[in-house]
Design a protein around this ligand. Sequence first.
Ligand SMILES: CC(C)(COP(=O)(O)OP(=O)(O)OC[C@H]1O[C@@H](n2cnc3c(N)ncnc32)[C@H](O)[C@@H]1OP(=O)(O)O)[C@@H](O)C(=O)NCCC(=O)NCCS
Length: 158
Amino acid sequence: MASAGVEIRPADDSDRRAIATLLAAVAEERDGIATEPPVDVDAMTVKWRLDGTIVAVAAGAVVGQVHVEASRFGFGELGMMVADGWRGRGVGTALVAAAIDWARERGLHKVTLGVFPHNDAAIALYRKFGFVEEGRLTNHIRRASGELWDVIEMGLLL
Ligand SMILES: CC(C)(COP(=O)(O)OP(=O)(O)OC[C@H]1O[C@@H](n2cnc3c(N)ncnc32)[C@H](O)[C@@H]1OP(=O)(O)O)[C@@H](O)C(=O)NCCC(=O)NCCS
């Protein structure tokens, strides 16, 4: 369960800027997600897809989000982040549980995701829900530094 006082709910229009701002902050870490700075927060505020997005809200602030991008082929691709300072308190767990519920309700048969091999917290989180490793894309993501990072593909049949 998420920490007391954290609400998990579908995102709405009023969350757009907060989600984009969270993305920009996590991108600055240059660690867990593929997106790196600079993030155009104004553009991301406009183009963020709310369908399939669930937010974690504490004291009126968005402290985490998960998005499942439903494909035409029955699977959905999950991406997520929790604000630094809110991690390790069950917010990610609550978001993944809600995302799986959303995917089931949407009639998807599978949730997939890509995760960097060094992202121990994320991999532990996904395994906890039964996601299994299905493959590894080698030298897949080119970072701003020029490094090429592998991606582990994980999947959960619903
Ligand atoms: C990955 C992330 C979403 C996890 O969110 P979180 O709110 O910290 O997750 P939780 O507190 O629910 O912890 C989930 C599980 O992760 C594991 N975990 C948490 N922190 C960990 C760490 N530092 N190392 C190893 N495992 C860890 C635990 O198994 C925990 O489950 P448990 O408490 O039942 O034992 C969060 O760290 C994050 O946003 N990171 C930056 C962005 C990112 O990497 N996104 C995912 C891209 S694939």
